[in-house]
Ligand binder design. Structure first.
Ligand code: G
Ligand code: G
Ligand code: NA
Length: 254
């Protein structure tokens, strides 16, 4: 059985699940959102990382039904948390370049939000830098369409891709996610400190939010606070959690 066939069956047999990593507002320490992260639990092979199966799904086209399942499941989960009184949280969903380039994406996202009765501003689509740079004009059109529908975009792994800063001016971006490779050695590496500081101050000047990912220590957190980073995410707060555990985490129970 190839990975592709196994993945096709995983989708049919409900072996896919989403875990949710808390996103924390730095100043208040409050959980203000979640990033949905896809998990595949294979009955024999156990947990398979998305870094292994997403590229396979992209090359065989399965990423479109899988991506739609991810979007719908994440938005429906957000609806359940709203109904359960968890307050107004945002939901960040990772988008593959194949999904982003698919003509139907903006309409699909709007339909999923409408079905669940979730306001568009609570959904954030995470894209890596490279995705937009493949076809910048096409990307601008899609971003404008999403923006007109009230859907927000974050640039994931910021700083690791094409370093063209001109797109920050042209593209409808709401937030930069500072890549964890810059955060890891933040307490001792002067270059990482300089890069992170520059990203935060540039984002601030452009009116963009910043979230640092991979925050594991109080030292990293202190530096990010000092520089004015708006949000943080990482093991210092929590690993990605199953939906019920995320709910307990927000309620202060775990
Ligand atoms: O949480 P984890 O280390 O397993 O995530 C590994 C990578 O898989 C991350 O880079 C993340 O962006 C990607 N990923 C996780 N979930 C999804 C998803 O739903 N869609 C896509 N396209 N990528 C995802
Ligand atoms: O690049 P992206 O944000 O999509 O990928 C997030 C990945 O990073 C996931 O695999 C997630 O499980 C992992 N992750 C989240 N928080 C931390 C952390 O604090 N440290 C490390 N090493 N990995 C993290
Ligand atoms: Na991401």
């Amino acid at each position: 059985l190839t990975l592709e066939n196994a993945l096709r069956r995983a989708l049919e047999r409900e072996q896919l699940a989403l875990h949710y990593q808390p996103q924390v507002e730095l100043l208040s320490g409050r959980v203000i959102g979640a990033e949905a992260l896809l998990r595949w639990c294979h009955p024999e092979l156990g947990a398979i990382s998305p870094t292994e199966f997403i590229p396979v799904a992209e090359s065989c086209g399965l990423i479109l039904p899988i991506g739609e399942w991810v979007l719908r499941s994440a938005v429906q989960q957000l609806r359940r948390w709203m109904d359960a009184g968890l307050g107004e949280l945002t939901m960040a969903v990772n988008l593959s370049s194949v999904q982003f380039r698919h003509a139907d994406l903006p309409a699909l996202v709007s339909r999923i939000l409408d079905e669940a009765g979730v306001p568009a501003r609570l959904l954030e689509l995470e894209l890596t830098e490279g995705v937009a740079m493949v076809d910048p004009l096409g990307a601008i059109a899609v971003m404008n369409d999403l923006h007109a529908r009230g859907i927000r975009l974050s640039i994931d792994d910021f700083g690791t891709g094409y370093s063209s800063l001109s797109y920050l001016k042209k593209f409808r971006v709401y937030k930069l996610k500072i890549d964890q490779s810059f955060v890891r050695d933040l307490t001792d590496d002067p270059e990482d400190r300089a890069i992170v500081s520059a990203i935060i101050s540039m984002a601030g000047s452009l009116g963009l939010q910043t979230i640092a990912e991979g925050v594991e220590t109080v030292g990293q957190l202190a530096y990010l606070r000092e520089r004015g980073c708006t949000e943080v995410q990482g093991y210092h707060f929590s690993r990605p959690l199953a939906a019920a555990d995320f709910e307990s985490y927000v309620r202060g129970g775990s």
